[in-house]
Design a protein around this ligand. Structure first.
Ligand code: SAJ
Length: 488
């Protein structure tokens, strides 16, 4: 432990001025909550005055939130702290020199989703800006989701290069991963436990001083910086793995002709002291910007420690990567279910998708959300088109103009009746609430087809009503109903 750093902090006194770099869905609520705490006297929100996001500076200084969607309490809080002169958004990074603590809440997306290498460019730029104006005794905290080893490695190196100071001797360095979910940003920061990991004890303690005042129900969970990086990436890796386990069991149930949801209810009934099964839900796939990438952050963290660091059986792939591949198989399974249904409906058994008209309902990756990042609907769309089908897309929430990576030629319609008119089959990819109340008879009339097909990827409809109305039914996990036919 560095006696020098402890003395510098004693001379500097408690954290009073805080800087937050990156005015996004993580940085903005964090800055507002720091500013609202009586523990701190001033908070600067640092935002590059770039063409794409410079507009946020004026909005935030007017007490307005530039974030899309409802964020309960955020706009009021921004108005309060700007009105009180405790929060200010600026592009002047030199003011970092006035800060006792600086957090970096900068996205680390994949440069190219195919090779799953994160694009750390924005984070590196943020670190260089901090290093340039770093003063002795400042606490630097990374909040972005990063590959284990980044805080101790790349971040420490850049900060020391730019500042000429030494981490753990002249300044504190920690990782405190964000655990916020859109729609409940303030609540999550206040109520979730906060993992706080320093490169040494002094850095961990200083970071606890920063986050403690904004927590209400949440507790501080101190650990090392690398343990904090592993915690964040592993908590999402585990969720992805649990979903993959449910998906695999659903595929087994389909093959064995039984209802996964009966089995799930049975498994879930096993309760008792210390007993848990936490069986999640199968579905048309796993999207979003957390579960689709955090496994690869974790795997890269281990790889970077060197091949001899890990004792692992030679002939077994990582359970976590296998889980990712099972989840990424689900859109393909949806295509197989669609092909099987179209064959049963009488289309060419060799090329059932060729010339078929398909309605894809639900472009978002999550039920009742407009978020379409890494949506599993996209690979299905591409594969169905490649097999010769015409694919129409409906989503009541997603805005085509702002949705990322919408395939060339795809049109995301809000008109459900229009999208369903004359189709051979429709597939449900997101369990939006309006799909739960679809009426089989009305939909059959719209399809205008003697044996239309429904493929339910989120278990939102009751198979019996659709089969009775004359639909060919397929559903994830519904081995008891898939292929079921009514008497003509
Ligand atoms: N999914 C399933 N089956 C399930 C649960 C989810 O197929 O049982 C699918 C969803 O349809 C979606 C994807 O997985 O396509 C991701 O769903 P998610 O509920 O995990 O939502 P995310 O991706 O927004 O995950 C975030 C994460 N939060 C942070 O990283 C801060 C995750 O840690 C949270 O557990 C999750 O929200 C949550 O529980 O809301």
């Amino acid at each position: 432990m560095s006696g020098k750093l402890k003395r510098i902090l004693e001379d500097r006194g408690p954290i009073r001025t805080v800087g937050v770099i990156g005015m996004g869905y993580v940085g903005i609520p964090a800055a507002a909550l720091f500013a609202d705490s009586p523990a701190f006297s001033m908070v600067y929100g640092f935002q590059r005055d770039s063409k794409s996001s410079g507009y946020k500076i004026a909005m935030l200084n007017a007490g307005e939130s530039p974030l899309k969607g409802e964020e309960p309490g955020l706009e009021e809080l921004l108005g309060k702290v700007t009105g009180a002169g405790k929060f200010r958004c600026t592009a002047d990074f030199s003011r970092i020199a006035e800060c006792d603590a600086v957090t970096l809440a900068i996205q680390t997306p994949f440069a190219n989703p195919k090779d799953l290498i994160p694009d750390f460019t924005p984070l590196v730029e943020g670190l260089r800006n901090v290093g340039r104006y770093l003063t002795p005794g400042t606490l630097v905290v990374l909040e972005s989701t990063i590959t284990p080893g980044t805080t101790e490695g790349m971040a420490r190196q850049i900060l020391e290069e730019e500042s000429g100071l030494v981490a753990g001797e002249d300044f504190c360095l920690s990782h405190a991963p964000e655990r916020v979910m859109v729609g409940r940003l303030l609540q999550n920061i206040r109520e979730h436990d906060r993992v706080v990991g320093g490169i040494d004890e002094v850095s961990t303690q200083r970071a606890c001083e920063l986050y403690g005042p904004v927590l209400t129900k949440g507790r501080l969970i101190p650990m090392s910086a690398t343990a904090a990086e592993v915690t964040k990436t592993a908590e999402n890796t585990f969720r992805d793995m649990q979903i993959a386990a449910a998906n695999q069991l659903a595929l087994y149930c389909e093959a064995m002709g039984i209802n996964f949801y009966d089995v799930r209810a049975g498994i879930d009934s096993l309760k008792g002291e210390g007993i848990t099964r936490a069986i999640l839900w199968p579905g048309a796939g796993v999207g979003g910007h957390c579960l689709t990438k955090d496994t690869y952050h974790l795997e890269r963290g281990v790889e970077q420690l060197g091949p001899d660091a890990l004792d692992w059986p030679d002939d077994i792939a990582s359970l976590y990567i296998t889980s990712r591949r099972i989840n990424d198989f689900m859109p393909t399974h949806m295509l197989h279910l669609t092909e099987s249904a179209l064959r049963q409906a009488g289309r060419d058994p060799k090329a059932p998708l060729k010339g078929a008209t398909i309605a894809l309902l639900g472009w978002a990756f999550l039920n009742d959300s407009d978020d379409a990042r890494n949506t599993p609907a996209a690979p299905f769309y591409e594969a169905a088109r490649a097999a010769g089908a015409e694919v129409r897309v409906h989503d009541p929430w997603v805005d085509q103009e702002t949705a990322p990576d919408v395939p060339e030629g795809a049109v995301i319609s809000r008109d459900l009746a229009d999208v369903l008119t004359g189709v051979d089959a429709f597939v449900i990819f997101a369990g939006h609430r309006e799909y739960r109340t679809l009426g089989p008879v009305e939909v059959k009339r719209l399809c205008n087809h003697s044996r239309p097909a429904i493929i339910d990827g989120r278990n939102v409809v009751h198979p019996g009503a659709w089969i009775d109305a004359g639909f060919v039914y397929r559903g994830i996990g519904r081995g008891d109903k898939n292929g079921y036919t009514i008497s003509e």
